[in-house]
Design a protein around this ligand. Structure first.
Ligand code: F3S
Length: 386
């Protein structure tokens, strides 16, 4: 891979250890992917923030990097394993707070924005169509590439960190127009009624395709449905982008109908009566909270209910009275903590969880060994409020 003389010098350590480590990471990835060069990247979004995911080794690495590394482009980071501030609603262990705060302090020292979110495209790291960025949260990568038209590979926490330190990313993959066109197709020939159905389709697509896939047969999906589709594709496979197509241009395609739907749903949904409701994987956005608050008017949840969002979204929703409206229903709104990888079921003592998220179903079943009841938001309100 070609390097400019300045990049060569950084790789040799002329600009310090942090730059050298970051360039080594990007150089190794670029060479492995046959990239021709490095390119400028406008923003970074880093995963690997939740202490449950990175542990003491990750914390140590971040604190070491923070001694000298500084971010040179706008950078946001993923959700935490606890709600750090204010520490309310859920009874997280004290040492978890301390370790999570050290992780956030290391990122802040390097220059990250004070936002902990898996929907960076809402408020915290807004990118425009055609922007080249380095994002690591897979659900945001799929949504960004496929719905917003931004251009990013599916970065790891480490490669996004390296991009934040250098402002560079290898020029390959979804930064190239030719890789953003569908190479395989799926024909959806059943109606999809809500975000859960889109999630089931996404999980099926992620399992069965690797390259950019063209989806034929979607009928004007909403933003919530596209978020669900994106997150689910990212959950079950390595793909970084889908396109929506009018028709299949070839006789070779995969069919998604009732049979595929039922088989996929059976993997994720155990359909048992849930003991608690967890919502917001990916985090709920402003409009989703608003819609939810309106739908809850005059209703109260009959099971413990927790919604998850970022403090940026929370702040805007609180200013409009939306949070107060939601909490009148008995639901609690948690900020900045990931519902699916923070062992929330253990904290609230539930072994059966209701959720509208296919991504959340997969991760909560895997990490907390809970049985999932998968229902759309509207179905949850109908079944679990009085
Ligand atoms: Fe976000 Fe956690 Fe789900 S980071 S996408 S809420 S697994």
């Amino acid at each position: 891979m070609y390097l400019t003389s300045k990049e060569e010098m950084a790789l040799k350590g002329e600009y310090g250890d942090a730059q050298q480590i970051a360039y080594r990471i990007l150089y190794a990835i670029g060479n492995g992917a046959n990239a021709d060069r490095l390119m400028d990247t406008k923003t970074s979004h880093i995963s690997g923030v939740n202490y449950h995911n990175i542990g003491d080794a990750g914390l140590q690495l971040l604190e070491d990097m923070a001694k000298t590394a500084r971010f040179v482009i706008p950078t946001t980071i993923n959700p935490c394993g606890v709600q750090v501030s204010p520490p309310i609603h859920l009874n997280f262990k004290q040492d978890l707070y301390e370790k999570q705060e050290r992780i956030l302090a290391a990122f802040a020292k390097m220059g990250s924005r004070g936002s902990y979110t898996c929907i960076p495209y809402e408020y915290d790291n807004v990118a425009n169509m055609g922007d080249h960025v380095s994002w690591a949260e897979s659900s945001a990568v799929l949504y960004g590439n496929s719905v917003l038209g931004i251009m990013t590979n599916r970065e790891s926490g480490l490669s996004a960190l390296a991009s934040a330190i250098t402002g560079k990313t290898p020029h390959y993959g979804l930064h190239l127009e030719e890789n953003r066109r569908a190479k395989e197709w799926v024909l959806v020939d059943m109606p999809l009624k809500d975000e859960v159905d889109y999630g089931i389709l996404g999980y099926y697509i992620g399992k069965n395709f690797k390259d950019t896939v063209g989806i034929v047969g979607l009928r004007a999906p909403t933003k919530t449905q596209l978020k669900s589709l994106s997150a689910a594709i990212a959950t079950s496979g390595p793909m970084g982008m889908f396109t929506q197509e009018e028709q299949v241009p070839t006789s070779s395609y995969i069919h998604f109908g009732k049979e595929e739907y039922s088989a996929t749903r059976a993997i994720l949904d155990k359909s048992e009566e849930g003991q608690a409701i967890l919502l917001g994987c990916p985090f709920m956005g402003y409009n989703e909270l608003k819609h939810f608050a309106e739908a809850l008017t005059g209703k109260r949840f009959t099971k413990p209910t927790y919604l998850f969002t970022s403090h940026s979204v929370y702040g805007s929703a609180a200013a409009e009275g939306i949070i107060v409206s939601i909490e009148k229903s008995g639901a609690k709104v948690v900020q900045d903590a990931c519902p699916s990888l923070s062992y929330i079921p253990e904290i609230i003592g539930a072994t059966k969880i209701v959720t509208s998220s296919t991504k959340g179903s997969f991760y909560m079943a895997a990490s907390s060994k809970v049985a999932i009841e998968l229902l759309s938001l509207d179905e949850i309100i109908r079944k679990y409020t009085a």
